[in-house]
Design a protein around this ligand. Structure first.
Ligand code: PMP
Length: 444
């Protein structure tokens, strides 16, 4: 197969149908904020491979560190010995953890594996079985991670029975509360914490509950930041009952929301925190951090994996951490976030398309626009003006036609903005202009 069409056809015949694809194309090259395809298209990438290439594709410092590591040690099996980049990475991560107590690391390859590990750790450390997760949460596709994923049925459909001992409680999101979109944050938090207390009284007693697991920003569930008071309320409940708090920062971590970790906004201390995606800017690497006093209760040999903590990925992650500092990435996030939100709010105020936009939300460069939909529940006319069905996917497709790669998320009509954290001002503006034009094309 040589032509782009031939390659796509080959892929369609030989790649499992279980993988859904946004576009039938073949990626050929990634350079900074741009991604090129075999069919000749070049797109501004506001997807970052689902929030991974935070420093852009093939960041020179990261690629160089990985290439150099390839000449000294490629495989450094963690159950045989430590490896150097692995230890250097811990040295880099220790001072930037959202709480000083987080001093014990465990590396894996993917976010799902990190979540799996966190569930095993919570059960083993507490001697309790049950996990409470959040409605709308996403944690991965392996069996344990799938059991705590509650964002879309497609992730579990046909795969039952799931891991037992999992209960879910509402995340403060108006869609899931049955309340109108203008319901106050305070009210949503109060109701969600009340429901969590009910779960602990009616379904999973505290003495059976090992952990409460939450994404500080619902990712695949709709890009909904948890109000700090909600996370603080959960922390209080965990403290009262000796339940561990697992914070999943796989998508929200490493500067994505404007702080290195989203929990910094609430000051909440995780007992266990999972990380991946931006950690190594595209090299497969995830991490679970906890406290030594907790992880010392794990039996040697109970954790680990052949590729866990690969030296090439760890060397890349060290370079990521250094580039973050050197390039003042968080300052760029703050400036670009302001521009992005200003642009989206001005679209919301547009007399023609504005009424079809129900919400603009998020912080840093983890931002969402939600459209109205004729299929939304509640029959609230403000939510259902005469907009086309499936509007978010249509806007995303229109953006791609115009050279902007952008993703939808959740069962609602949501477009997510996750551009590279080091994106330039002109590129951000270009993306915003394409998006506005696409919205106008679809709604008009
Ligand atoms: N947790 C969160 C919050 C995620 O967003 C994801 C991936 N979208 C995962 C876990 C799973 O990570 P992976 O796809 O690397 O297994």
């Amino acid at each position: 197969a040589t032509s782009s069409d031939d390659l796509v056809g080959f892929g369609q015949r030989h790649v499992t149908a279980g993988i859904g694809r946004l576009t039938e194309a073949v990626m050929s090259k990634g350079e900074g904020s741009y991604l090129s395809f075999e069919d000749g298209r070049r797109m501004l990438d506001f997807s970052c491979g689902i929030g991974v290439t935070n420093l852009g594709h093939c960041h020179p410092k990261v690629s160089k560190a990985a290439a150099e590591q390839c000449t000294s040690l490629v495989h450094g099996q963690c159950s045989i010995a430590f490896n150097l980049p692995y230890l250097r990475l811990i040295e880099k991560l220790l001072p930037i953890m959202p709480d000083r107590s987080l001093d014990s690391f465990y590396f894996w390859n993917s976010g799902s594996e990190a979540v799996e590990a966190s569930l095993k750790m919570a059960r083993s450390i507490t001697g309790r079985q049950n996990i409470i997760c959040m409605q709308g949460g996403y944690h991965g596709r392996t069996y344990g991670a799938m059991a705590v994923t509650k964002s879309k049925t497609v992730y579990s459909e046909g795969f039952f029975p799931l891991m037992p001992g999992v209960f879910s409680s509402p995340f403060p999101f108006w869609h899931q509360s049955g309340l109108p979109p203008n319901t106050s944050e305070e009210e949503l938090v109060r109701l969600s914490l009340y429901q969590l207390e009910l779960v602990l009284k009616q379904q999973s007693a505290p003495k059976d509950t090992a952990a409460i697991l939450i994404e500080p920003v619902l990712g695949e569930g709709g890009y909904v930041p948890a109000p700090p008071t909600f996370l603080q309320g959960i922390r209080k409940i965990c403290d009262e009952h000796g339940i561990l708090l697992i914070i999943d920062e796989v998508q929200s971590g490493f500067g994505r929301t404007g702080k290195l970790f989203n929990v910094e906004y609430s000051g909440v201390r995780p007992d266990i925190m999972t990380m991946a995606k931006g950690l190594a800017n595209g090299f497969p690497l995830s991490a679970v951090v906890s406290r030594k006093d907790l992880t010392d209760r794990l039996k040697p040999g109970s954790m680990g994996g052949t590729y866990a903590g690969n030296p090439v990925s760890c060397a890349a992650a060290v370079a990521v951490a250094e580039a973050f500092e050197e390039e003042k990435v968080l300052d760029n996030v703050s400036a670009r976030s302001h521009e992005l939100l200003t642009s989206l709010h001005s679209l919301r105020n547009d007399p023609v398309v504005g009424p079809s936009i129900v919400d603009v939300r998020g912080t840093g460069l983890m931002v969402a626009v939600e459209f109205a939909s004729p299929s939304y529940p509640l029959g609230d006319p403000a939510l259902n003006p005469s907009v086309p069905k499936g509007i978010a996917a249509r806007v995303a497709r229109r953006c791609m036609d115009k050279g902007l790669l952008i993703l939808t998320t959740s069962i609602y009509e949501v477009i997510r903005f996750i551009p590279p954290l080091n994106i330039t001002q002109p590129d951000l503006e270009k993306g915003c202009d394409i998006f506005a034009a696409a919205v106008k094309d679809v709604i008009r």
